[in-house]
Design a protein around this ligand. Structure first.
Ligand SMILES: Cc1cc2nc3c(=O)[nH]c(=O)nc-3n(C[C@H](O)[C@H](O)[C@H](O)COP(=O)(O)OP(=O)(O)OC[C@H]3O[C@@H](n4cnc5c(N)ncnc54)[C@H](O)[C@@H]3O)c2cc1C
Length: 415
């Protein structure tokens, strides 16, 4: 399989990276289809926000038609804001301030972003299709096989099937992720109750990581305010597409040791919420109120894991993107951004192959050679941040929870 002016791409997984790549290729006239395990587009709440940094934003700008890119910006939160590190009583240790330029880092609602990424891909996203393996052969060179016994032919197969990837063992046989010591129970609560904001003015545009005295325990929260309401923005920029509700909310997460989450609790939303509530009692009353007012069906358990550098790509013309390759603990907000960056890079390399007539194998190798270094730099950074902020290493933890908060004023009185 050499000349690559006419090829087809089968993508496993309609998450952030799979959809972004499908947008990129479809816009350029390359035949791309996405196969997703979920039975439909909005079966899971996925009710949290993600921070898009300059890599994620640049990838979206390159991949999406301009109205859809503008839709992501206009429905997102205002750029800028702060990330505060505090002790469990919300006394400041230190603060990072983000730039508030128009194209700087900002929060977007994940469900809204997924809806934007699906827009225009009519007939190209196939639900209820659980990928299980890639075979060589068939008219196009490869076949992507599904759990229901079906298969599709494609020149290129891309595994974008997330942290629990079914294709990884076959395509990157030496790179199963390692489990990290921590987990997060995530939830969301309405930002407004009885006409009042749950978040005091002092924290209006802040994400907060409240680090408990006990190593390995912390609580994160951040308000998500939609810029323009999705309903109006979608009607203007993507008429006919599904606009998620768009009520402002607070996303929060209790970080704890994986061993503290009993197996029997893991699939049970009420039990998970109860566990989070029980372990939040030593935190500031604002934090306890957030957990108490959570929307139960948005509760999510995330067992942190760390990807391992692939040394070998086992199936020519099959590759992988996103969490399937380089899952990382959610410190530093790089996971989704790196996944989007992969999609734009792979899209660019495939387009160049088509333009120059070079072999797709070369395009894929170029993508892999470039992706692995930046992605695993992000994995290493996330791991380092996790250890520094929540690890037992005596000095940093002591400085964060004991020394620095004493030097700072009280941000949110406890009354
Ligand atoms: C609570 C939380 C907060 C986060 N916040 C941020 C943030 O602020 N910034 C950031 O950059 N990142 C953040 N992340 C990480 C980010 O969400 C992920 O890195 C990103 O979603 C990875 O994208 P992906 O395309 O690789 O996989 P996903 O978006 O996970 O998509 C994988 C898709 O594949 C499907 N699938 C799975 N198996 C199969 C199969 N066998 N066949 C077909 N389909 C399959 C899944 O159903 C899913 O739709 C956060 C993660 C969590 C859990």
């Amino acid at each position: 399989m050499g000349i690559s002016t006419n090829f087809s791409v089968a993508i496993a997984g309609a998450g952030l990276s799979g959809l972004c790549l499908a947008q990129y290729l479809t816009r350029a006239g390359i035949d791309a289809h996405v196969y997703e395990r979920d039975p439909g587009p909005f079966v899971r709440r996925q009710g949290y926000r993600i921070i898009l940094d300059r890599h994620g934003l640049a990838a979206l700008r390159e991949s999406l038609p301009r109205p859809l890119y503008n839709l992501a910006l206009t429905t997102g939160d205002e750029p800028g804001g702060h990330l505060r590190f505090t002790d469990s009583r919300l006394r400041d240790a230190f603060t990072i301030t983000f730039k508030d330029e128009p194209y700087a880092t900002r929060q977007v609602d994940r469900l809204t972003l997924r809806s934007i990424l699906q827009t225009g891909l009519n007939g190209r996203i196939h639900y209820g299709k659980q990928a299980v393996a890639v075979d060589s052969g068939g008219p196009a060179g490869l076949r992507l096989r599904f759990a229901d016994g079906g298969a599709v032919a494609a020149t290129v197969v891309v595994g974008a099937d997330g942290v629990g990837s079914a294709l990884r063992a076959q395509l990157m046989p030496d790179a199963a992720p390692a489990s990290a010591p921590l987990a997060g129970i995530y939830g969301r609560s309405p930002l407004h109750r009885n006409g009042e904001s749950m978040i005091p003015d002092a924290l209006r545009s802040s994400g907060v990581l409240a680090i408990a005295d006990r190593p390995g325990r912390a609580f994160f929260f951040t308000p998500m305010r939609f810029g323009e309401r999705p309903r109006e923005a979608f009607a203007r920029l993507a008429p006919g597409s599904y606009a998620p509700t768009g009520d402002d909310y607070v996303m929060w997460g209790l970080l704890l040791g994986q061993g503290e989450v009993p197996i029997g609790v893991r699939g049970d939303l009420l039990a998970l919420w109860r566990l989070a509530a029980g372990l939040s009692t030593d935190f500031h009353p604002l934090i306890r109120r957030l957990v108490a007012t959570a929307e139960l069906d948005a509760t999510v358990l995330n067992l942190f894991a760390t990807g391992r550098r692939p040394r070998r790509w086992a199936v020519p013309r099959a590759t992988m993107m996103g969490d399937a390759v380089h899952v990382m603990p959610p410190f530093g907000a790089h996971g989704g951004n790196t996944a989007l960056r992969d999609a734009a890079l792979l899209g660019r390399r495939l387009l160049e192959a088509r333009a120059t007539g070079r072999a797709v194998e070369e395009a894929i190798a170029a993508y892999q050679d470039e992706m692995v270094p930046y992605a695993f730099r992000a994995v290493d950074t996330a791991g380092r941040l996790m250890r520094r902020l929540t690890g037992g290493a005596a000095a940093p933890h002591w400085v964060l929870t004991r020394v620095l908060p004493r030097l700072h004023r009280v941000t949110v009185p406890e009354a």
